[in-house]
Ligand binder design. Structure first.
Ligand SMILES: C[S@@+](CC[C@H](N)C(=O)[O-])C[C@H]1O[C@@H](n2cnc3c(N)ncnc32)[C@H](O)[C@@H]1O
Length: 551
């Protein structure tokens, strides 16, 4: 867990500045409508002021800029003076407080551009948190404490934009899929006419701004009843930004926002891929994962190295009485079955395979050697760690039970569901999965296919490095074509998973098996396989495959 105290001052104010060529590309687009009043809600040292000037903005146009940090605000004023931009007014203060008043006063702007601060809600000062909450309230948007400062910045900016006005922002890629950005996605869909999102397929910003997108949105004209459309514009090299956004757009790509569902990642699919997904979603054999199984988190120890140990540690401290078999790391399960054989291989390799289940709450009742071991943990202050100090006593871990199935929380290719034949306990690297309506073999046998793999890409999240991660609520929404599989068929799958070096061959093979068993249309699964390849490639930043629908 990250704590505010460990974060740098720059991170806490979201102070990462936009390179001039990107600000210029964005400014050129807003300047196309010849705005008279422009807003920059968090101007830092004034990159966008310079870019607006370079974009050919009329000298008569006025620019209003906000910046929380007075020192940066005065640098921005300096930029405006240096460029002789007489109509620039830089306000040193919180944009959200200012925006609340401006909205009440009925102020509007023709254009907005900038790069808002990316700061978690719990990291911002209470005085600013109040403004965030008031802003959500003012715009009737659902507020959660998981939100991030950039969300109210974009929402307030859109609210301050006149009908037909343009807005261009640097935004985190979380805009497309994370739950906390859902109210903003809805708000954009309801209030915009056209949205384009430039998706860098290369890293443009270096480490600090990895995973950003450029959002371009045109507000609906007052009388318009047209539904908002969205286009994802993949852009490889930053050199492409020297031209106009319009030159990079493809008139066949925009889709209606209302048809995308709650997350916008489906906008990466071609119309044919979306149709195939919709067709399979209503097939009677296809179920949501929540229909076939329940998902619970693994055991949270708060000190894995202390509770999750090798045979050698058990031996040295005579802890045999407490040791229970455990699977603690993703790489400890090679296939889709965790059995005695796999456990033995892990033990022989000297891996930690024992969970120490000290289920006696009185230290005095424990054998001396066990009590000594617990004291070694206290000497390392483990009992003061957050997860440990909230339970009494700290060394008795709650919720210690094994489930018949496990699902690895993170994956490189496809999420791995496995049968826990040994009944091993699992740490928080794997979820505990309880079958509801089918056998473990059938659920695991049905899980490996292009439809499920694609829905995992659409539902999941990924961070730097591209590893795919799913939380329980996302797993529950995965689509799974349910067929019956015997234990012996499961063994065959287990052997294939252990052999696999890339996901594609295996997925195609499993798609063919499921099509045979369930009489599914093979072309639909082939289409979804292409869609999976595109999204996986985007996640791992692989070159884009050519798409037949795009030509
Ligand atoms: C990502 S930087 C972008 C700066 C500039 N727009 C650019 O593109 O280079 C975000 C800026 O927002 C400022 N900031 C943070 N909280 C703010 C707030 N509540 N109101 C106004 N500015 C804020 C930070 O100090 C930082 O300079």
């Amino acid at each position: 867990m990250n704590f505010k105290i460990n974060e740098s001052k720059q991170k806490l104010r979201g102070g990462y500045y936009t390179p001039h060529h990107i600000a210029l590309f964005m400014s050129r687009w807003v300047a196309e409508i010849q705005p008279n009043h422009v807003l920059e809600p968090s101007c830092g040292d004034g990159v966008f002021l310079r870019a607006l000037r370079d974009s050919g903005l009329s000298r008569r146009a006025s620019v209003f800029a906000c910046e929380l940090e007075p020192e940066e605000a005065s640098k921005a004023t300096g930029v405006a003076d240096e460029l002789d931009m007489g109509n620039v007014n830089v306000h040193a203060g919180d944009f959200l407080a200012w925006a609340l008043q401006a909205l009440r006063d009925g102020q509007t702007f023709d254009a907005v551009c900038g790069n808002p601060p990316f700061v978690r809600y719990q990291y911002i000062d209470r005085s600013l948190q109040v403004h965030v909450e008031r802003l959500f309230d003012h715009l009737s948007l659902t507020f959660t404490k998981h939100t991030n400062l950039w969300v109210p910045f974009i929402a307030a900016s859109l609210a301050l934009l006149r009908p037909g006005g343009r807005m261009a922002f640097v935004v985190p890629s979380e805009l497309l899929h994370l739950i906390y950005a859902g109210p903003l996605r809805d708000y954009l869909g309801q209030n915009c006419r056209d949205i384009a999102i430039v998706d860098p397929t290369d890293i443009w910003f270096g480490d600090t701004l990895q995973g950003v997108l450029l959002l371009f949105a045109e507000k609906k004209p007052e009388s318009s009843t047209k539904l908002a459309t969205l286009e994802i514009v993949p852009v490889g090299q930053k050199e492409h930004l020297s031209g106009k956004l319009g030159d990079l757009r493809n008139p066949s790509r925009p889709v209606t926002v209302a048809g995308l569902g709650p997350k916008w990642l489906t906008a990466f699919l071609t119309p044919r891929q979306r149709e195939a997904l919709n067709a399979l979603a209503v097939n009677p054999h296809v179920r949501e994962f929540s229909d076939v199984a329940d998902v619970d988190v693994g055991i949270v120890t708060g000190a894995n190295k202390f509770f999750f140990v090798t045979d050698e540690t058990v031996e040295r401290h005579s802890l045999h009485e407490w040791a229970r078999p455990m699977l603690g790391r993703s790489e400890h399960v090679e296939g889709v079955i965790y059995d005695a054989e796999q456990h033995e291989r892990n033990r022989e390799a000297g891996r930690p395979t024992n969970f120490l289940d000290f289920d006696v709450p009185f230290l005095k009742k424990l054998p001396k050697k066990t009590a000594d071991y617990i004291r070694t943990g206290e000497a390392q202050s483990l009992h003061r760690r957050y997860k440990c100090r909230i339970r009494e006593p700290w060394y008795v871990v709650p919720s210690v039970y094994a489930a018949p199935l496990g699902l690895l929380k993170r994956s490189q290719n496809i999420p791995r569901l496995f049968v826990n034949e040994l009944g091993a306990l699992t740490t928080d690297t794997a979820y505990r999965v309880q079958p509801k309506s089918a056998s473990p073999s059938s659920i695991v046998g049905s899980f490996v296919n292009s439809l499920t793999a694609l829905t995992a890409e659409l539902e999941g999240r990924h961070y730097g490095g591209g590893v795919l991660e799913l939380v329980p609520s996302e797993i529950e929404r995965l689509l799974i074509p349910m067929a019956s599989f015997t234990k012996s068929e499961l063994r065959t799958l287990d052997a294939s998973v252990k052999r696999q070096t890339e996901p594609f061959t295996l997925l195609k093979k499993r798609d063919a098996i499921l099509c045979r068993k369930l009489d599914l249309d093979q072309t639909l699964l082939t289409t979804l396989h292409e869609a999976y390849t595109t999204l996986r490639g985007r996640r791992l930043r692989l070159p884009l495959p050519p798409s037949s629908d795009d030509e």
